[in-house]
Write a protein that binds this ligand. Sequence first.
Ligand SMILES: [Zn+2]
Length: 423
Amino acid sequence: MKLKRLLGALTLTTLAGCAANIPTSSTVAANAAAIEAHMQFLAADALAGRDTGSNEHEIASLYIATQLQALGLKPAGDNGSYLQRVPLRKARLAQDSAKFTLHVDGVSTEMAYPKAFFTGPSLQFAQTEVTAPLVFAGYGLVSKEFGLDDYAGLDVKGKIVVLLTGRPDSLPSEEAAHLNSLKTRLAAERGAVGIITLHTPKQEKVRPYASSLLYLNSPSMEWLQPDGTPADSYPDLKGGAYVHPDAAAALFAKAPVSLEALFASLDDAKGPAGFDLGVSATLSRSSSHEDISSPNVIAVLEGSDPLLKDEYVVVTAHSDHIGYSNDLRNEDKINNGAMDNAAGVAILLETARLFAELPQKPKRSILFVVVTGEEKGLLGADYFANNPTRPIEKLVANVNLDMPVLLYPFADMIARVRLRVVI
Ligand SMILES: [Zn+2]
């Protein structure tokens, strides 16, 4: 289950304004048959797993939009429509182009692709090549709160940083997931020109290196800014590679600590300190690009309070799933995504119906935002957070439905939480 990054952009205040209006009588009740019917449609084989950018995902979005329209909700997307088109770039790696050459004492060795390393496409450039010294920087994490600075005392400007995948066990999981998502930015801000990530024996137990190889041909995606550049892009960061532990030992040939000793120390609370590796590498690859778009669906139920109706409680769920499977071992190639996240969308639609049929509408307006591209990196939610169709300061709370399994009465919610603004 993934929380939208949007959550971080919002300051949750109180939902009491809308919760107080929900009748406690049984006149308004969820219809299980309606939830099942929405799921039957969205998770049908005919919708082919609703991959972002696919025609089947467009059909799913149209279904969601017309259901919201039928309930009498007003369009809140682009140009008076229910859709907000998210401009996306789809990038693919030319498989035979990925090269990783290690230079040790003037001797160059080519790493085997994809046995020793693999890489993703560049979302910005058709061709990239970089040669630079390697610097080990632990997990590549920086957090004042947790007393972490893996870059302390290191100069990584113009260099390729070598990082361990994952994070120290000592970090709480939610915060760790957030910190983990900042690794690329942290490296780029310090002037790094490439990132090599080391697969660890510990990670092998969680997710084997071999299982990642099933996705080598999967495209990467990012949403595009008005100037045509991908969001979260770092033009100076030219190279990337993910390295198998057996191959990684060679990177430590001149290091003060062997890779074996380093891996043995990973249970220490803070993770290992960084150092220059005394070797350099060349990373290169070719990527092809296709610019497409995919819709968020946005509708609004206007609030009943003359003042508070200008504030919005945002209810989100992602409509996309991962489409066809790459796993040749399975005969059924369609990942239907019934739980992830036809269930969330179905419950959002039923929630919209319940709110729409209330005799007395909630005080605040409710903005239903069904987002695309979640499986590609929370793209639709991030695009909406950066391009909200209502003023961002008026979006007072966000309830996200991702694979909801509500085995208890979930009638209302009152939140008094302040989240840090992260974007
Ligand atoms: Zn999901």
